[in-house]
Design a binder for this molecule. Structure first.
Ligand SMILES: Nc1ncnc2c1ncn2[C@@H]1O[C@H](COP(=O)(O)OP(=O)(O)OP(=O)(O)O)[C@@H](O)[C@H]1O
Ligand SMILES: [Mg+2]
Length: 278
């Protein structure tokens, strides 16, 4: 197992619940971080490949995917595709990732495939002083599937911290304790420095009393772990992927885009605080 390099910062977007905003957050937070000058890579681990599609990467441009990386047949650099957003790249995913778990189940390093690939990439960048062949990233966002399977475990063992999108709905907190238990288990066994970066409340609807109640409940239970920024439910955010664009490119002024910009700056502030505390 390789040591986890300090840079780039690797954040995994995880929640085994489906449809809570993991992919939307990966795409739009990634775009917002890139817009404020960070060099960002989104690693799509979900066989559904929604992050890849939402960033306009068609199937034909996914010849080398995270599947090839996880089975050890490609380097991270070989998977990377540029997006229409300056400073934002993606390692795309395909349905092949459905088979990864079975294929690598017997390999000793099966939980560390992504971590090793990122560490190898960082070493390649260090060797390549002019930075011509290997792109240096400051942030890597890993979009996980809605499951606590080996793909998600690979993300958790490669990450410095976990970002948990939580939808403002009645069952928001259901399943969270299982997720937090898995994080603790990964911390004990695979990645001792893993932390929870924060919980981001998504699809908030101010007209709905339930949404307000969920925010209050989650803040009571999870305290400081919850980001101040709340992502509103916004139709522009849900339309953007069908144009192969992040919401920030599709409609920068909409409330959803503005919230993701705010979340990006809150995340950078949290990173600074963590650094000074260390
Ligand atoms: N802020 C928002 N406003 C409106 N719609 C949203 C918002 N965030 C996400 N959605 C929509 O909700 C659905 C689920 O979002 P998303 O795909 O990001 O969730 P996910 O957690 O990645 O899902 P999965 O578990 O299937 O990977 C999508 O149709 C998306 O467009
Ligand atoms: Mg998704």
């Amino acid at each position: 197992m390789n040591q986890l390099p300090e840079h780039p910062r690797v954040l995994a977007l995880a929640n085994q619940k489906g449809g809570v905003g993991k992919t939307t957050t990966a795409i739009n937070l990634g775009t917002a971080l890139a817009a404020i000058g960070e060099e960002v890579l989104i690693v799509d681990l979900d066989p559904q490949g929604n992050a890849s599609t939402g960033l306009g990467i068609d199937r034909a441009s996914r010849k080398i995917s995270t599947y090839d990386l996880l089975i050890g047949e490609a380097t991270l650099a070989e998977t990377i595709v540029e997006t229409v957003v300056p400073r934002l790249s993606v390692s795309p995913s395909t349905l092949d990732n459905l088979g990864v778990e079975l294929e690598i189940a017997r390999e000793q390093d099966r939980a560390f495939r992504l971590r090793n690939a990122i560490a190898d990439h960082v070493s390649a960048c260090e060797r390549d002083i002019q930075g011509k062949t290997a792109k240096r990233f400051s942030y890597v966002l890993v979009d996980c599937p809605p499951s606590l399977n080996l793909l998600t475990i690979n993300a958790m063992s490669a990450a410095h911290s976990i970002l948990v999108p939580l939808q403002c709905e009645f069952f928001a907190l259901e399943g969270l304790s299982q997720l937090l238990q898995t994080v603790e288990q990964v911390k004990r066994t695979l990645n001792p420095t893993l932390s929870i970066h924060g919980i981001v409340l998504t699809m908030f609807d101010a007209r709905n009393n339930l949404s307000n109640q969920v925010v209050a409940d989650v803040r009571t239970h999870m305290g400081e772990a919850v980001y101040e920024t709340i992502i509103p439910r916004n139709v522009r955010v849900s339309e953007a992927p069908s144009y192969g664009k992040p919401a920030l490119l599709y409609d920068l002024k909409c409330t959803g885009s503005q919230a993701y910009l705010k979340l990006a700056s809150e995340i950078i502030q949290r990173e600074r605080r963590l650094k000074t505390a260390a």
